[in-house]
Design a protein around this ligand. Sequence first.
Ligand SMILES: C[S@@+](CC[C@H](N)C(=O)[O-])C[C@H]1O[C@@H](n2cnc3c(N)ncnc32)[C@H](O)[C@@H]1O
Length: 222
Amino acid sequence: MSGVTYDYMEQYLRALIPSNIGIIKDLEDFALENRVPIVQKETAKFLELMITMNRPKKILELGTAIGYSAILMNLTSGGISEITTIERDEKMIEIAKSNIQKYGLQNKITILEGNCLEILENLQDEYDMIFIDAGKGHYNHFLPHCLRLLKKEGVLIADNVLFRGMVASKKIATRRKVTIIKRMQTYLELVSSNNELITSVIPMGDGISVTIRRNKVSSKEE
Ligand SMILES: C[S@@+](CC[C@H](N)C(=O)[O-])C[C@H]1O[C@@H](n2cnc3c(N)ncnc32)[C@H](O)[C@@H]1O
């Protein structure tokens, strides 16, 4: 299982989540059959919760794959959320575009084609929500850009931050993943230690972090 929590806990929590139907189920089936990594069931539910609570108008996603999470977020918002999503893999881009077209969401979901870091460097818009789900070894490099692009009241969500539990324990870390692990630890340390941010790390799915800006205390009150 994921290595992030106890197997029995994961199985129990996952079993509580009702199966999807329609578009979302079709995309899940495609991802499973074609071994495309998409957000885990409990992470998808968490995204639904965040979208419904925060009602973000503009969302930036890093990592489109087949468009599953982008489509899920748009549908959850009742079509209100406009999503800009970044993907570098040509095959994935082709499938995501066809899915977005198939469900008539081309005015709501825009794919930016290329490497997240290069695209982030050139983005100027501001977003109500940013979801990081690409390039596990680069979250710490994405962070300054994400904070620059995040609205004052915005929410920054990152998936895979515990990376099969390896981020939290040297005992289960494999040598090949050392760089990813170290960089992910740096990301978590940065978002946790920054006094201007509030971050909560949730040991669910592959580990999710949620970061918001702390409201600044006015100088009179300090
Ligand atoms: C986990 S998948 C995204 C899944 C998607 N968010 C979902 O749940 O439906 C990660 C995707 O990010 C892409 N990716 C990885 N590193 C990237 C990078 N540096 N720039 C752009 N895309 C990247 C991969 O090609 C892959 O399709």
